[in-house]
Design a protein. Structure first.
Lengths: 161, 161
DNA sequence: GTTGAAAAGAGCATACA
DNA sequence: TGTATGCTCTTTTCAAC
């Protein structure tokens, strides 16, 4: 829970986990950042406990998995009800990601997945019912995620990418 | 590369990986979905090769890591230049996520991280220089990610959450 | 906090049903 | 295609620095 300053070992570890958090071993990471594998394991545990690393998730290509309807629903929630509403819409089927921003209008983005467009339309109605006033619905074209370059600054050459 | 239909074993595996892709072992997953651990390993490899699973990433809390400036930059890129511009802005320091949607206006969302606001402001200028006409910049409040509930439908009770 | 070595456990490949 | 066994590698633990 505590906010800790990260040193170059922490940053290197996170950078390599950002490239591949499942198949990079502590041994490999240790060689790259210059410490023993057991130290890497200790550091990772500490980062997890402190909340800097909040979990590990696969990047799923829903289109390839047969779910062709993939939308970003942008809406507005009153600031004072925001946390409550976010908890509620997390329960809506097909919702896989929710972002909130600190503006008064259009302050919620909800990523919704489904097999068909009509299914997703129902789900968007469900968002409305739970307190999101939907401003617009956009078809997601592509999403790309990448490591924070600053975390990789102290690292040796990256051959495995 | 091929689009494959997923069966309930595939869906259960992905669901459990979406909860924790680093610490859930193939053995645990096998017990939950009802197949042998080696079968789980085979399925995961197949899902990776087919592109349904495109990678594994930690969820990093940049605020707790000491990077207090975290913004979503919404901008417009002409449709015909979109892929090119996305490749370019991926190179901008501090850019960790890029989403594109199929609309003519405000079709790109870029997530930018930095230690101070002035650093991030420079980076937003860099986005402009590379072809994104920035419409607005929003402070990210919170982001939540969760498994696709449909993948978990065939699963036994979830005690480990 | 870090290390290195031993023990325990997971993953991988082969062979088989 | 799914399962089981054996081999290899990783992770974990812990005494010592």
């Amino acid at each position: 829970m505590t906010k800790r300053e990260l040193d170059s070992v922490d940053r290197g570890i996170i950078y390599l986990l950002q490239q591949d958090s499942r198949n990079h071993t502590t041994t490999e990471i240790g060689e790259r950042v210059g410490v023993a594998a057991s130290t890497v394991a200790n550091r990772i545990k500490k980062l997890e406990r402190s909340g800097v690393i909040a979990g590990y998730h696969p990047r799923v290509d829903y289109e390839k998995a047969g779910y062709d309807s993939h939308f970003i629903v942008v809406g507005t929630v009153p600031a004072e009800k925001r946390d409550l509403v976010v908890d509620e819409i997390a329960e809506v089927s097909g919702v896989v990601n929710i972002r909130t921003v600190l503006t008064d209008e259009e302050n919620v983005s909800v990523e919704v997945v489904g097999a068909t467009q009509s299914v997703v339309e129902e789900r968007i109605e469900a968002l409305n019912d739970r307190g999101v006033s939907v401003v617009r619905t956009e078809m997601l074209k592509d999403e790309r995620e990448q490591p924070f370059d600053h975390f990789g600054e102290g690292l040796a050459e990256d051959d495995s990418r």
